[in-house]
Ligand binder design. Structure first.
Ligand SMILES: Cc1cc2nc3c(=O)[nH]c(=O)nc-3n(C[C@H](O)[C@H](O)[C@H](O)COP(=O)(O)OP(=O)(O)OC[C@H]3O[C@@H](n4cnc5c(N)ncnc54)[C@H](O)[C@@H]3O)c2cc1C
Length: 370
């Protein structure tokens, strides 16, 4: 799985195999995967303070939602993501992957009964470390009814990962810290050109920024604002806690991240309501006192059918898209990047449920109204 040495790969200055626009989780994982497969890239990114990938707590959690269901394709995606980020850590010579068990206190006795009876099912058992019927970490959290301890969870320090990728690509000039302007992209029979740099193909990974780009503004992306807190508290950091909110300790500063809100049609910025919502949920989970230290926000790129958006532009085979990672960029980005790279390099078929072809009718409708 070795990566090519940076200094020898690129013969012609100004020319790379792929031009990636957007260096959040989608674009960064794509760049890592192309390089792992021996391909060269340009990566254009101008991250804002509120870029989703940088605000994200970085959690990956195989069991989510009020009903505590296994997430989509968990059996394939979760082992894969840990392997992907572990290889990326070696490549970038940085630590950003932190596998940790996730503890989910039960709300009702029925939840224990349900998990206890299902834990031997082949689809579930790999993810369950234990199901407790009585309080197990009562000094830290309110878990009178016991709780579920999950495997294959953890978090990625997304800022460390993204900075690592941009620094690594900067070594040979492949990272371009600039604001991408779609009107300066030219596309011809031989490839794409942007400000003197050329490549065979452009791949847009702009998150919610896709709505500002005429090549991708037809995508059914729904902005979903999220707010997170950083709090100071004292509890065991041997696990992540999750019920209503998640609580994960940032190893760098020792504070705990708490999140996240889910706000449709929301104004930019942090709000008192956001903080109160998170603190309220935290009080129902946490046994210990806490003090809020920081509050931040970002916008997730979600899709109505809750599946990523991957594939080729309806009318231009040199323009590709990786987007729609919604609330789960950390777990979905490696998996989707790997599928897209496989498809582009070897022609394997893209899974139908993520292929943007399912929304082509929106594109053609948008063209009629132009
Ligand atoms: C509060 C919050 C908490 C979250 N917590 C988690 C979590 O714990 N776990 C999880 O899996 N997911 C979490 N998410 C969701 C996760 O952040 C997203 O799924 C993921 O970051 C989407 O990645 P992306 O690369 O598609 O988009 P983005 O992160 O938005 O990245 C797009 C990049 O493209 C750049 N860009 C766009 N347009 C241009 C342009 N014209 N020129 C140059 N650069 C451009 C942007 O600046 C940005 O850097 C959270 C999101 C929020 C908001």
């Amino acid at each position: 799985m070795g990566y090519l040495p940076l200094s020898t790969k690129h013969g012609v200055a100004g020319n790379r195999d792929f031009l990636i626009i957007g260096g959040g989780l989608a674009g960064a994982c794509l760049a890592l995967e192309f390089r792992r497969r021996g391909k060269s890239v340009w990566l254009i990114d101008l991250p804002g303070e509120h870029s989703a990938s940088r605000v994200a707590a970085g959690l990956y959690n195989p069991v989510t939602g009020k009903l505590a269901g296994l997430t989509w394709k968990a059996a394939a995606i979760f082992p894969f993501l840990e392997q992907f980020y572990a290889v990326a850590e070696q490549t970038l010579e940085q630590k950003f992957l932190f596998p940790l068990p996730i503890y989910r206190p039960f709300r009702t006795n029925q939840e224990f009964d349900s998990w206890n009876s299902r834990r031997s099912e082949p689809s579930i058992s790999p993810f369950v470390q234990n199901a407790f019927s009585s309080a197990t970490y009562p000094e830290d959290v309110k878990d009178d009814l016991g709780g579920l301890l999950l495997k294959y969870g953890g978090y990625v320090d997304t800022r460390a990962l993204l900075n690592g990728v941009s620094d690594w690509l900067s070594l040979d000039g492949s990272f371009l810290a600039m604001d991408f302007n779609p009107s300066r992209l030219s596309i011809g029979g031989h490839g794409v050109q942007y400000e003197g740099r050329s490549a065979s193909t452009a791949i847009f990974c702009q998150g919610i920024g896709a709505l500002e780009n005429p090549w991708t503004s037809w995508l059914p992306l729904r902005p979903l604002k999220g707010q997170v807190l950083k709090i100071d508290t004292r509890l065991s950091d041997e696990r992540i806690y999750n019920r209503g909110v998640f609580l994960v300790r940032d190893k760098k500063d020792g504070f705990w991240k708490v999140g996240a809100t889910h706000e449709h049609h929301a104004q930019p910025g942090v709000t008192v309501e956001g903080r109160e919502e998170l603190e309220g949920k935290l009080r129902t989970l946490l046994q210990r006192p806490f003090e809020t230290r920081e509050q931040s926000w970002g916008i997730r790129p979600t899709v109505p059918d809750r599946r990523p958006l991957v594939g080729v532009h309806p009318e231009n085979s040199r323009v590709w898209i990786l987007n729609g990672l919604g609330t789960k960029g950390v777990s979905l980005a490696p998996w989707m990047a790997s599928h897209l790279v496989d498809h582009l390099l070897t022609g394997t078929v893209l899974p139908e449920d993520v292929n943007i072809s399912r929304f082509y009718s929106l594109y053609f409708k948008s063209q009629k109204t132009v």
